[in-house]
Ligand binder design. Structure first.
Ligand SMILES: Nc1nc2c(c(=O)[nH]1)N[C@H]1C(S)=C(S)[C@@H](COP(=O)(O)O)O[C@H]1N2
Ligand SMILES: [Mo]
Length: 441
């Protein structure tokens, strides 16, 4: 592969990766240098004329892959990506947590396109490691305020009418390390606690109706079968709305990391409620928050009070390329700026992209399906004049919610928060194509 600088580096807290462009003089310098040409209509040629490639041995000589027979159809019963894609993997940040068993790794967003996350690249977040459960031994129990408590085998669950839905899952702590300032050099690490797959499963409503939910029930406790036995309270209104009990992702069985054989899907709401290895649902008339880690997943405000019941993941976006792990390697001319946008409140109506740190905005092109509570893919195709850029994206959802700046978020919630950081991200693209995580204010 060509020499790609800064690619797939494990982030370290170096002076460079914590750089902020807070100094006004430097900021002025940066924006003054941002030529209008960065947004001009496409004029350059992305391919080189054939004549110019005259002596290229890759054209004039016979290559190995022309000469030798390749692997047969029996070589890989379960296919894997090309050997040349070996760097496209989930990565973790060793200093972030004390132990990999109660930890997180990150989706390589900078290497992906479209809206669907491949199963093997979906970030993992678990509190007691991955449970390995044979579907034959798995049971789901519904009890509490129901007419008849029920126990389902996996076979039982697969006999109910099922549905297919595409949803993003975002951990409430996604971008949490970025509250106080630009820190991690790569969108994999700043925004990679999100994935989006098509789930196959049974509406939770169907199973609850089968058990007969009593009229005074208000809450549902969901419990996982893993070592952490994670439990979460979900308001009955949401449980009866669009929640699912899913057994497939992207057409195949859930991966063990994602809760095989059964997980709860809580569309648009924070990831910790999506209980994996789902084994028990208890219907009640009050929340079970006393059993949960309420100190976690509660937003601490500057005044010491906490925001509670902040379950919806608000409108958010990020440019995935160029980004620190995906620098511009081809120089000036046609450049595809691409990113992801999502909202727990529905679809994305519009995404604006700025190349000058938020002074001017252009409407990006959303391409691919626009599904409620799913990732959206956007593009802005520009003719880059080779001058430095401060790239930002700003998403607006179907309800008109506009993604806030990080400064506006801090003003509203202070600096103590970790959760629900949906602020606008800035990437500083230098003339040589390298990209850095910065902040402008
Ligand atoms: N049983 C169980 N479910 C769980 C967790 C867990 O530790 N145990 N972690 C939760 C958290 S905090 C998140 S963000 C999501 C992550 O889902 P993923 O691993 O499929 O990305 O699962 C949630 N469900
Ligand atoms: Mo999470």
């Amino acid at each position: 592969m060509s020499s790609v600088t800064g690619r797939n580096k494990t982030p370290v807290k170096t002076a460079q990766s914590t750089a902020t462009v807070a100094d006004p003089a430097r900021r002025r310098l940066l924006t003054a240098g941002l030529a209008a040409g960065a947004g001009a209509a496409l004029s350059g040629l992305a391919a080189r004329p054939a004549a110019a490639a005259g002596g290229d041995p890759l054209i004039t000589q016979v290559q190995d892959w022309n000469r030798y027979l390749g692997d047969g159809v029996d070589a890989k019963p379960y296919g894997t990506p090309s050997q040349f894609e070996a760097e496209v993997v989930r990565r973790d940040v060793p200093w972030l947590t004390a132990d990999p068993v109660s930890s997180v790794n990150f989706t390589p967003l900078h290497e992906l396109d479209g809206i669907i996350t491949p199963n093997g690249l979906c970030f993992e977040r678990h509190h007691g490691g991955t449970a390995e459960i044979s579907p034959a031994d798995h049971r789901l129990m519904i009890e509490g305020l129901v007419d008849k408590p029920l126990i389902f085998t996996m076979e039982d669950i697969k006999r109910f009418p099922r549905e297919n839905r595409v949803y993003f899952l975002e951990c409430a702590a996604n971008s949490g390390m970025e509250w106080r300032g630009a820190q991690l050099n790569g969108c994999q690490f700043t925004h990679g606690m999100v994935h989006c797959v098509v789930y196959t499963g049974v509406p939770l409503r169907t199973l609850l109706e089968e058990a007969g939910v009593k009229s005074n029930s208000k809450w549902l406790l969901a419990e996982g079968a893993d070592a952490s036995a994670m439990t979460r309270s979900i308001p009955m209104e949401k449980a009866l709305d669009d929640c699912m009990v899913a057994f497939k992702m992207n057409g195949e069985a859930l991966r063990p990391e994602q809760g095989y054989p059964l997980r709860l899907v809580v569309p648009g709401w924070e990831g910790n409620m999506w209980v994996k290895w789902l084994r028990r649902l208890e219907v009640g008339d009050e929340p079970w928050h006393h059993r949960e880690e309420t100190s976690k997943y509660t937003d601490l405000l500057a005044n010491g009070k906490a925001r509670r019941f902040t379950w919806v993941m608000d409108v958010k976006s990020v440019i995935t390329s160029p980004s620190p792990q995906a620098p511009v390697t081809h120089g000036r001319g046609p450049l595809v700026i691409s990113g992801l946008a999502w909202s727990g409140n529905g679809t994305i109506k519009r995404v604006d992209v700025s190349t000058d740190g938020g002074r001017n905005w252009k409407t990006a092109r959303i391409d691919g399906p626009s599904l409620s509570k799913a990732l959206h893919r956007f593009y802005l195709d520009i003719d880059w004049d080779g001058s430095e850029m401060l790239l930002q994206s700003r998403a607006i959802d179907e309800h008109g919610y506009v993604q806030p700046t990080k400064d506006a978020l801090r003003l509203a919630r202070g600096e103590n928060s970790i959760y629900h950081n949906n602020g606008i991200q800035t990437w500083y693209v230098q003339a040589n194509g390298t990209v850095e995580n910065v902040e402008v204010s």
